[in-house]
Design a protein around this ligand. Structure first.
Ligand SMILES: Cc1cc2nc3c(=O)[nH]c(=O)nc-3n(C[C@H](O)[C@H](O)[C@H](O)COP(=O)(O)OP(=O)(O)OC[C@H]3O[C@@H](n4cnc5c(N)ncnc54)[C@H](O)[C@@H]3O)c2cc1C
Ligand code: SF4
Ligand code: SF4
Ligand code: SF4
Length: 382
């Protein structure tokens, strides 16, 4: 049922470290705050905008074969020059014919658990799949994003079902689930990670590139083989916490603690507060300046490298669109249906998903042209 990592894979020669990551990605506003670089390195931390920085000396000796026993930040980053189509081909056997990517099946679904339906973002499928994964022994633990506070307080690896239910709902803030995954892999060897396309892409690199895969194996403190389920979320853009917090405070006199739910649909942002206020504004007007260049330059709306991708686009309110991509994803989804965690409807508007993915490409073109004129690097990894 599960694919195991190989126990020995030769290290590939690598040559770059944090210095280059900073120069090529972080200082160029190309960092998406995904947290893959910090996942396995004790020298890197992330600030309140999820921007990586060194907390102690980088132990890499330039040109050496490996940087440390802990990890390698440059190679894990989804924003350094890299061919994700090649990686997609390696995983799926072919490159997806359009921006939905490879898939076995696309359906709409929703949770059957009232507690989840009361709190979730769309149909509660994400929460239900995470719970099904634990309760049916697919994994030992899952990543969650509990709240709107700084990611360090919010992002967790857990197997507590109540905590997973409480974490339902989308927080449109960079929330470094790969960092939590990496830091906890030695304790929970079988983990389901939920995240946006860039987060999933980085973890796929870890799981597929032999040099990185080998580093994952070195976190081993038990004989349990590593096994990872990747649950991707559709993503148009994601906001750095500190910048987002300052903007909503200044524009609407709202703090992060005030937010009950936030949604972005068809270019409009809706913020519902705990005391009953409702903000409705065009995203570009409300948060245009907060969106980082990295997100504008991202083409992967549907998290193509996941086992299962989830989103709201393509289904009616109260349902989650589910793109089942891999055999592993299918097994988890089928178990969740069979055991009554979720119910399925076949009604999905695939054109709507493609339309949104296309509009993200236009966003890309605009930003790429702007950066080219300024002589700045652009990301062309897809
Ligand atoms: C930053 C961001 C942008 C998105 N943009 C779009 C979009 O443009 N169009 C679209 O169709 N869908 C988008 N989504 C996905 C959508 O908002 C829902 O997450 C998805 O439809 C699943 O809904 P659900 O009811 O099944 O999830 P729920 O059952 O409510 O569970 C949501 C899960 O996501 C986790 N989570 C919450 N915030 C984050 C985060 N920041 N990073 C990682 N995990 C998180 C929670 O811990 C929870 O486990 C976005 C999601 C994120 C995180
Ligand atoms: S030790 Fe390795 S992973 Fe850590 S900062 Fe240096 S190059 Fe990056
Ligand atoms: S994009 Fe992710 S991996 Fe790359 S520097 Fe930023 S946080 Fe690190
Ligand atoms: S838009 Fe792309 S780069 Fe930005 S958070 Fe989403 S998946 Fe990552």
């Amino acid at each position: 049922m599960v694919e195991h990592f190989e126990t020995f894979v030769p290290l590939l020669k690598r040559s770059k470290g944090f210095e280059e990551l900073k120069k090529e990605v972080i200082d160029q506003d190309l960092c998406s705050g995904c947290g893959n670089c910090s996942a396995f390195c004790k020298n890197i931390d992330l600030d309140e905008n999820s921007k990586p920085y060194l907390v102690s000396d980088c132990t890499l000796e330039k040109g050496s074969i490996k940087c440390s026993l802990e990890g390698t930040c440059y190679d894990a980053c989804p924003m350094v020059p890299y061919d994700f189509k090649k990686l997609e081909e390696k995983i799926f056997g072919s490159v997806g014919k359009d921006w939905i990517g490879n898939y076995i099946k696309i359906v709409a679904a929703r949770s059957k658990d009232k507690r989840i339906l009361e709190r979730c973002q769309d149909g509660g499928v994400a929460t239900s799949l995470l719970i099904a994964a634990i309760e049916n022994n697919f994994v030992n633990a899952v990543t969650i994003v509990k709240g709107w506070k700084f990611w360090k307080e919010s992002v967790k690896v857990t197997n507590d079902i109540n905590e997973i239910i409480e974490a339902s709902g989308t927080k449109y803030l960079r929330s470094s689930t790969p960092n939590a995954f990496g830091k906890n892999l030695r304790y929970f060897r079988r983990i389901a990670v939920i995240g946006t396309g860039c987060q999933i892409a980085g973890i796929r690199k870890f799981m597929t590139e032999s040099s990185l895969k080998n580093l994952i194996e070195k976190t081993k403190e038990s004989e349990v083989p590593v096994d990872v389920y990747l649950i991707g979320l559709f993503c148009y853009e994601n906001f750095p916490m500190k910048d987002f917090e300052e903007t909503i405070k200044q524009k609407y006199n709202i703090t992060l603690e005030d937010i009950k739910k936030m949604d972005i649909k068809k270019g409009i942002v809706y913020i519902y507060t705990k005391d009953g206020r409702e903000i409705k504004e065009k995203v570009a007007k409300a948060l245009g300046k907060v969106a980082p260049s990295s997100c504008k330059l991202c083409k992967d709306f549907t998290a193509r490298l996941s086992d299962i991708s989830l989103g709201s686009v393509g289904t009616k309110a109260g349902y989650t669109t589910v793109i089942i991509r891999t055999k592993k994803g299918m097994e988890l989804f089928e178990k969740a249906v069979e055991k009554g965690y979720i119910e399925v409807s076949e009604e999905v508007n695939v054109d709507e998903i493609l339309k949104t993915a296309q509009s993200k490409l236009k966003y890309y073109e605009k930003e790429a042209n702007r950066r080219k004129e300024l002589g700045l690097r652009i990301v062309e990894n897809w």
